[in-house]
Design a binder for this molecule. Structure first.
Ligand SMILES: *[C@@H]1O[C@H](CO)[C@@H](O)[C@H](O)[C@H]1NC(C)=O
Length: 333
């Protein structure tokens, strides 16, 4: 009986030391990937970001600079924005999952007839069709938006009817991605990445995003948040233009699962080497499934509804996120 007890104690002790993922309470820790975007990647911004993350009680596990040449060659930004990029640079128009009803309700013709006439293209193909640059395509997209010729078909999934260089109008998907991408690639661009970790009982994921990071629109960000600080001090930080909705200084994962996906993409982290990844594998979710899920697919959220996986997990803390992923894997086996 004593030997069993001693064994249990030893097992318990070695488990606690080996399992860094577990706080004193036994709940898994939150971990995210944060990066300073290329337009804001100056020494002063980096210093401010490190200071604010540390003061908020986050541990910075690693830091890395990733250059735009590597981002381009490894398609890191395309993978990062996979659900947007898949419709802009990866899938051809006939493979893009266009919801017919929404398309026809907005444009007044069916997507199948458009496909038959070869009048729909992803953004990359559209540049070739029009014989234009990504910037020109982006300008035409902005014009189409003003003329109410762009429709939202899903999360990060848009279609516009537009023309460049006086050519006949074409249906184009997610054209705005081309100029987003151009901000991340090339020798002169880079991001500064931070792998961070913290205890959810001290700071919830929701509060990490709203109070430490700040919302997407930096003008709506609270004082003290990183995005607010980038907006208020952009000249002193060495930025060349005023931050806005897309150039908002920093990115951070929206959930522990997105954190794992982003660490896998940007840092090459393997699920089996990551505490949250290990917990998912340990719960019986296969590695192949994880790799599919890293692309933010549409999944069954209940028996009768489906939607974006990443949206469903947004702002959950590690323990709740793990539970929800186990539920989702049962629904989507
Ligand atoms: C944000 O500012 C940049 C730099 O001035 C500009 O290129 C971009 O179009 C702006 N984006 C939005 C959404 O206003």
């Amino acid at each position: 009986m004593w030997s069993t007890l001693v064994f249990l104690l030893v097992a318990q002790l070695s488990w606690t030391t080996a399992e860094e993922s577990c706080a004193a309470s036994g709940a898994p820790l939150n971990s995210a990937f944060v990066f300073v975007k290329p337009h804001a990647n100056t020494p002063a911004t980096r210093e401010m970001v490190v200071d604010k993350l540390s003061k908020a009680g986050l541990t910075i596990l690693s830091q890395s600079e990733i250059n735009g040449v590597e981002i381009d060659e490894k398609s890191l930004i395309d993978q990062h924005y996979f659900s947007i990029a898949s419709k802009a640079t990866i899938l051809s128009a006939d493979k893009i999952p266009v919801p017919n009803e929404k398309f026809e309700a907005f444009f007044g013709e069916s997507y199948s007839s458009v496909l038959k006439d070869n009048r729909a293209f992803n953004a990359l193909e559209a540049c070739k069709q029009f014989g234009c640059t990504p910037i020109e395509l982006n300008d035409a997209w902005r014009e189409a938006e003003k003329a109410d010729k762009v429709v939202k078909l899903g999360g990060g999934f848009y279609c516009g009817l537009l023309s460049v260089n006086g050519k006949p109008e074409l249906y184009v998907f997610n054209a705005f991605f081309m100029s987003m991408r151009s901000k991340f690639v090339g020798e002169e661009n880079s991001i500064q990445g931070y792998e961070v970790q913290w205890d959810p009982s001290v700071l919830s994921w929701a509060s990490f995003r709203s109070d430490v990071l700040g919302p997407t629109d930096p003008s709506k960000a609270k004082r003290g948040s990183i995005r607010r600080a980038v907006l208020d001090n952009y000249k002193n930080l060495g930025l060349s233009s005023k931050p806005n909705n897309s150039d908002n200084g920093v990115h951070a994962s929206a959930s522990p699962f997105e954190g794992l996906a982003e660490k896998a993409n940007w840092l090459g982290v393997k699920p089996q080497d990551d505490p949250f990844g290990k917990a998912l594998l340990g719960a019986g979710i296969a590695k192949k499934k994880l790799n599919q899920w890293f692309k933010d697919p549409q999944v069954k959220l209940t028996e009768s509804t489906s939607g974006s996986l990443f949206d469903d997990l947004e702002d959950l803390d590690a323990a709740e996120c793990l539970q929800r992923l186990i539920e989702l894997s049962k629904l989507n086996h």
